[in-house]
Design a binder for this molecule. Structure first.
Ligand SMILES: [Zn+2]
Length: 220
């Protein structure tokens, strides 16, 4: 069996510059298309996904460079200056803080996630509740006791991959690396609002706690 040879530091440098240029162009084209079609149209979402895919590839390759060539490692290889400046101009950033060890989650190190099995259970409980109390049209008001039977909000949680207490969970996960700026948080919120189950989770509470919060997504 032939062993594959990892990229050399020079090959990483070439690749990093190429991917940064491709990402800039993709982003520019994605904005162009997004301004011409509804945000949920496939024309817009596919290019948006392409930008995110390039971001994931750069993150993985940046990790590979750090692992295989620690002496040659430079954050500018995959994240050249022009974008660094753009990131700074975008204002103070966000950190995703691990709910277990309370430390920030670095690129590729973990996720903000919600347990979809718990979401499904909450959906069923909600439907059951509505069958029981809303189908009866003579029932004008709902009592506090009946309200208390509604399912609890399903919490969004944040963990390093190594700290995750439920690594096998059926999770909807957002990589911490995609929640670095307010713009990205806003973009994810818009995306999640298309999910019928978002209201069953505590995303609203998560947003309220960004300023002054201590865990999950916090302003730097
Ligand atoms: Zn942790």
């Amino acid at each position: 069996m032939t062993r594959k040879t990892p990229l050399t530091a020079q090959e990483h440098a070439d690749l990093g510059a190429a991917l940064a240029a491709i990402r800039d162009e993709l982003l520019r084209r994605s904005v162009q298309v997004a301004n011409a079609y509804p945000k949920t149209a496939p024309q817009a979402t596919h290019l948006d996904k392409a930008v995110k895919a390039v971001d994931s590839a750069r993150c993985d390759l940046d990790n590979a460079l750090a692992r295989d060539h620690p002496d040659a490692f430079d954050t500018h290889t995959y994240y050249p200056d022009q974008e660094d400046r753009a990131r700074v101009l975008a204002g103070p950033g966000l950190d995703v803080i691990c709910g277990a060890c309370r430390k920030p989650i670095g690129d590729g190190e973990g996720n903000l996630w919600v347990d979809l099995s718990a979401v499904n259970a909450a959906e069923q409980a909600q439907a059951e509740w509505e069958r029981r109390y809303k189908a009866d049209e003579t029932l004008v008001t709902v009592t506090a006791a009946q309200l208390s039977e509604l399912p609890d909000e399903v919490p969004w949680r944040s963990h390093h991959i190594d700290c995750d207490p439920q690594p096998g969970a059926n999770a909807y996960a957002i990589p911490a690396t995609e929640l670095r700026t307010w713009a990205e948080l806003l973009d994810w919120t818009a995306h999640l609002m298309e999910k019928p189950w978002l209201g069953l989770t505590d995303w609203d509470g998560l947003l309220r706690a960004v300023v002054g919060g201590k865990t999950r997504v916090v302003a730097r």
